[in-house]
Design a protein around this ligand. Structure first.
Ligand code: FES
Length: 316
């Protein structure tokens, strides 16, 4: 087993809300687990080759367990359905060591969290970190109904730092634009939840510098692929030159030519296929690199991104 893969025992499965579970994983021999920072996720390797990423929601100070929140997706492609219907205490799961595409800026003056539904999971780990480090924070937790609000008791203990808005009780959607308009300019915003919530925060937070607005996308942003053009891929290490046609991704072309690249989601949200760019200009289409990382053009998410230049040289 590679060092970044662990075989862990399912220790507990607890209801967190309607259609949401918390799965707790521990080393079967009680060994300490690799550390993680707030915002990190792990991949669960499920039967039938399914690999799914789930954010860690427990206190990042804990080394003896990982807890992930798993919402039952209405359009589940098998991952969340398996966890909800078949996973049981005592099972062994292979998981990857934690990775973090949604890190907290540790020097922010104030943390403002927007979570929708099960998107509360990485935010909960962030709240643990803020509490442990005595940092100011507040949470806007937006759900369709109260029964879909996960970790209600844990959150209730934080009093007025948490605003829970249930559309059904309130008779409508929360006014995200008004909430963001009232935030001080030094706030760092962290958002995780369904796409409409992410887009609403993105639009309302336009006055904040990009480096203060952070997102963890569950599902990728829509990609416009009409007008895609072919380009040439040069691989420095394997000394290959490959054509990427308009209807294939870089990752697909690499696979077809026997070039191995780590990957998981294949939709630009997990960063496992991130690859170093040596020359050329990427056309970034992923939902995981920050604006600053995209602007540097020294890395590319090969499952979805393409090239603006005629040729792209990768460190492969
Ligand atoms: S495989 Fe997940 S971002 Fe490319």
């Amino acid at each position: 087993m590679s060092v970044d893969r662990l075989n862990l025992r399912v220790e507990r499965i607890l209801p967190a809300a309607r259609d949401a579970l918390v799965v707790e994983l521990r080393d079967p021999a009680g060994a300490a687990l690799p550390p993680f920072a707030a915002g990190a996720h792990i991949e669960l390797h499920l039967p039938d080759g399914l690999v799914r990423q789930y954010s860690l929601c427990n206190d990042p100070g804990e080394r003896d367990r990982y807890q992930v929140g798993v919402g039952l997706a209405a359009d589940s492609r098998g991952g969340s359905r398996y966890v909800h219907q078949h996973l049981k205490v005592g099972d062994t799961l292979t998981v990857t060591a934690p990775r973090n595409n949604f890190p907290l800026h540790e020097e922010a003056e104030e943390y403002v969290f927007f979570a929708g539904g099960i998107g509360i999971t990485p935010i909960l780990a962030m709240i643990h970190w803020c509490e442990a480090n005595q940092r100011p924070w507040r949470l806007f937790y937006l759900v369709r109904s109260r029964e879909r609000a996960a970790f209600r008791e844990v959150l209730a203990a934080h009093g007025d730092k948490v605003l829970l808005h249930a559309d059904e009780d309130a008779g409508g959607f929360f006014d995200i634009a008004a909430a963001i308009a009232a935030l001080p300019a030094h706030s760092h915003l962290y958002t995780c939840g369904p796409t409409p919530l992410m887009l609403a925060v993105e639009a309302a937070a336009a006055r904040f510098p990009e480096e203060q607005v952070h997102f963890e996308w569950f599902t990728p942003k829509a990609i416009e692929s009409q007008g895609d053009r072919p380009f040439t891929l040069r691989l420095a290490k394997s000394d290959k030159c490959l054509e990427v046609p308009a209807d294939k991704s870089i990752l697909e072309v690499l696979e077809l030519n026997g070039v191995k690249v780590e990957h998981s989601c294949r939709e630009g949200t997990c960063a496992s296929c991130e690859t170093r760019v040596l020359a050329g200009i990427p056309e970034h289409r992923d939902s995981v690199l920050s604006a600053a990382e995209k602007a540097r053009n020294d890395t590319i998410i090969v499952c979805v991104s393409r090239a603006l230049s005629e040729t792209l040289e990768l460190d492969l």
